[in-house]
Write a new protein. Sequence first.
Length: 325
Amino acid sequence: MRPTKFSRGVQAACSLAVLLASQAMAQAYPTKPVTLIVPFPPGGTTDVLARALGEKLGQSLGQTVIVENKPGAGATLGADYVVKAKPDGYTLLMGAVHHTIATSVYRKLPYSFDKDLAPITTVALVPNVLVVSETTKATDMKSLVALAKSASPKFTYGSNGNGTAQHLIGTQFSALTGTELLHIPYRGSGPLTTDLIGGQVMMSFDTITPVLPHIKAGKLRALGVTTAKRSSALPDVPTLDEQGLKGFDMGTWFGVLAPAATPKDVVAKLSTEMMKIIASPDFRKRMNEIGAEPIGDTPAQMAQLIKTDTERYARLVKSANVTLD
């Protein structure tokens, strides 16, 4: 049956009502505290970035931003929590490149990272750094490789969990250097760094933020940066590419996302406010202090970053044969 003028009018009125309601919600938003979920324990880079952004965002929105830690399963538990939250802009995720890797690593993820979450903005890129305890004899990558090859039992490296960037960087390092490394997954950077300093694990490829104070204090030794360019926070530390692993370029980005059905006007408002914060001198100074490079892109640009990295890491995961249930 063909629609009548009356039915078409009703449909148009309903569409207009939905549009006006969405706009009204965006104008009123937020009317209560916003929760920013961190899928790792306190103390790591994700947590530090979330708290730095949350403080400024709370001032900008005129509402408290609560940072809540929900660690586990390589950051996927926290992501799943946000996916299932009410899509009203009051529950957000501090996501990371780990989530694009998890898409290929985990066979039974209960969500789709690129479909069930709406990108808001990429906050920062933080280079990863190869670090060892001060008690380790290695002073550069060459001597570390030699030490790892002679180690019995296998040389160990820690990560923030199975399927994270640190895990995959380790598998790539192992493959390119011909070393047999034993992966030890942790729930986050805090416990990993404690064990690294104590000698329970031999090395890690963590982001610079949690290990930088210990490098400066002499408790950890930085042997190489995993990105193509040196880090401004560690300008004297050469890249792995400079030390013979040509083309090695892997870092960790962090960004904010909302449940997919969150009104576009609310996402746009959050994106605008966050981009202003990220571009501010105070925030950029804070990022410099923790070794992070501020970004602040649009939702569309972040969506493209997610798509590109999901495809890129799918190839690496397949070549490394890293899969989990």
